[in-house]
Design a protein around this ligand. Sequence first.
Ligand code: NAD
Length: 244
Amino acid sequence: MKHHDQVVLVTGAGQGMGQEIVQHFAKAGAWVAALDINADAVNETISLLPDDKAIGLIANIADSTSVKEAIAKVVAKFGRLDVIVNCAGVGSFDTFLETPDEHWDKVMSVNLNGTFYCCREAAKVMAKQGSGSIINISSTAALTGEGPSHYCSSKAGVMGLTRSISRELASHGIRVNTIIPGPTNTPMMADVPDEWTQKMIADIPLGRMGESIDIAKVASFLACDDSGFITGQNIAVNGGMAFI
Ligand SMILES: NC(=O)c1ccc[n+]([C@@H]2O[C@H](COP(=O)([O-])OP(=O)(O)OC[C@H]3O[C@@H](n4cnc5c(N)ncnc54)[C@H](O)[C@@H]3O)[C@@H](O)[C@H]2O)c1
């Protein structure tokens, strides 16, 4: 099996892409840790996974202490950490002129600070092992600017973070890459008005929205040796909607 005995932590695993990704790795033989801030969602994800191969973690990635504790639990349970997929993210529909400070702070603290904390704590474990793969999740909105200012800024920041840390971590045997999804059929998209969704689909050359499995397959590629010479890259999975 492709991910036999790899230890994989997925944040935002309570629903949407994260839930699909964690199932995809578990089916391919990995030991998996499903992390989310929402306890009920973690329990639902865990119920979809083989008991003996998975743990659930309730943690807030915007809190560095919570992240440290969660990663310590993964190491205590499985003895190592081979892959982290930083999928947890939030959005908020604000026009730029009406963006409240709290919404800006919330989106940045989860999407950018949270990804930073998770990368740093995971990389400390991986550096001791001398190997690992970090997979961050950005958004096509950061390429096109078609999204709220906090969301686009946070997701552009994730791409910069990936580029910077990939250089430092390469000498420790750690690869770092970002997946850039386009509009993808998850609960996050459920709040988007239907007319916006239809307009988005019309802008996608391959003619459909992404599915979580499209993202999971690329995460799987980035997690294994098939991508062993790829690091620091931002890889768009968006049906051709925009280019990097
Ligand atoms: N769905 C899309 O169209 C789309 C497009 C581009 C990028 N993305 C990005 O992909 C990622 C996954 O998106 P999704 O559509 O599956 O989202 P989603 O809203 O369906 O799921 C996100 C999960 O993250 C969890 N989460 C939120 N804040 C957290 C925190 N502080 N700590 C831990 N967990 C937290 C939520 O509880 C939820 O289970 C996000 O980073 C999102 O920004 C989504």
